[in-house]
Each structure stands twice: as structure tokens, then as C-alpha cells.
Design a protein around this ligand. Structure first.
Ligand code: GRF
Length: 195
């Protein structure tokens, strides 16, 4: 059984898409936990409806940085996961976590990295930048997480057209649909490659 843990901060549509695909059974996998830094987010509601344990660990619950990192590590170690999946986790991961799971942490980013990655490129800002640059294509990237934000090895990308008259919100929605398909497929293929 392949064990994953997920970290998310927002609506959780990628998290839900992953859980739904696990249920379809083309990889024998289990999601052991959701860690969030935002106790009221949509991802928490999805976890609760699927009976997945939720751990709210944030600067609020753990104001001391060392205690915050220790709490994250405790959950991650307790479940002995094979992969940690970042699905809209809006906080930089502590280096101690990245070092604990080398080549075992995946992230999804809503641009064709290396374009529009790194500091300041998150959420709607990514799509605003794509439109401002008059790019004709965009799309999600799944990559391994390294210490440099959005610079880990790229595992997969899907190209999505940028259409005349697109607003950042319309483009974001078009990219998000492709994220849902790409993330699971990449997790499954990567899991099989490391089994
Ligand atoms: C996605 O656009 C993802 O690329 C980015 O954060 C967003 C999360 O969306 N890292 P959701 O919470 O999965 O709906």
C-alpha cells in the first residue's frame, strides 16, 4: 500500500481530485492525513467528509518556530508516508521537512515553470503575469520540492492556451481543470517509479 500525506491551505480542489482518483483504484494508495495551516479552509471539509485525519499546524497553533517544525515532523514521521503532496499549501515548507523526505515531496504550480515561479508568484498573481506578458500558452507544472521555491525537478506539465480576452480568473479556472488531471497522473507514475 502506497501511503501519501497531503498539505493544503485553500479550497482543496486538487486534494479532492487526488482522493477521488485513489478511490478509483489504479494505484493501491491511501491518504493518511491532511496537514493545514488554515483550519477553516475547504480542504479541511473535504478531509472530514472522507474521514481523513486533519492536523491544523500553523504559526497560530505553534508560535514558536522550533515547536511548529517539530509538530509537522511528528505527524509526517508517525504515518511513515511514501510521498508528501503539497496541494495549494501557501506557506514555504521548513528545510527540516524537505531534508527529511528527499525526492519525496511533490508540488503543483499553476504556470509552465520555470516561468512565473518563485517569490510573489502565487494564486491569481501567476495568471495576471501570464496575461500581462501576452503569453499564448500557460498551464500547470508538477515538480519535486527542493529548498529553492518552485525550482525542483520538473516531473510533468500540461499546456493550456491563453485566449484573447482572458481575465486572470478565467485563465486560472482553465488551468485548474488541467491541474486535477495532471496531479494524479504524475503522482501515480512517480509512485510506480519509486516503488
Ligand atoms: C492551485 O492553483 C495550485 O496550482 C496552487 O494552489 C492552487 C490550489 O488550488 N499551488 P486548490 O486549493 O487545490 O483548489
Amino acid at each position: 500500500m502506497f501511503k501519501i500525506g497531503v498539505m493544503a491551505s485553500g479550497g482543496g480542489s486538487n486534494f479532492k481530485a487526488i482522493i477521488d482518483r485513489i478511490g478509483e483504484g489504479d494505484l493501491e494508495a491511501q491518504c493518511k492525513f491532511l496537514i493545514t495551516n488554515n483550519g477553516g479552509c475547504g480542504a479541511v471539509s473535504h478531509a472530514e467528509s472522507y474521514g481523513i485525519p486533519v492536523y491544523h499546524i500553523s504559526g497560530k497553533t505553534h508560535p514558536d518556530t522550533a515547536a511548529y517544525e517539530a509538530a509537522l515532523l511528528e505527524v509526517i514521521d508517525r504515518y511513515d508516508i511514501d510521498l508528501l503532496i503539497l496541494a495549494g499549501y501557501m506557506k514555504a515548507l521548513p528545510v527540516s521537512i524537505i531534508k527529511r523526505l528527499p525526492d519525496r515531496i511533490l508540488n503543483i504550480h499553476p504556470s509552465l515553470l520555470p516561468k512565473y515561479g518563485g517569490k510573489g508568484f502565487f494564486g491569481i498573481h501567476v495568471h495576471e503575469a501570464v496575461i500581462a506578458a501576452h503569453d499564448t500558452e500557460s498551464g500547470p507544472t508538477v515538480h519535486l520540492v527542493s529548498e529553492e521555491i518552485d525550482q525542483g525537478r520538473i516531473l510533468a506539465q500540461t499546456k493550456v492556451p491563453v485566449l484573447e480576452g482572458d481575465t486572470p480568473e478565467v485563465l486560472a479556472a482553465r488551468v485548474l481543470v488541467q491541474e486535477h488531471a495532471l496531479y494524479w497522473k504524475t503522482i501515480r507514475d512517480y509512485a510506480k517509479s519509486i516503488l
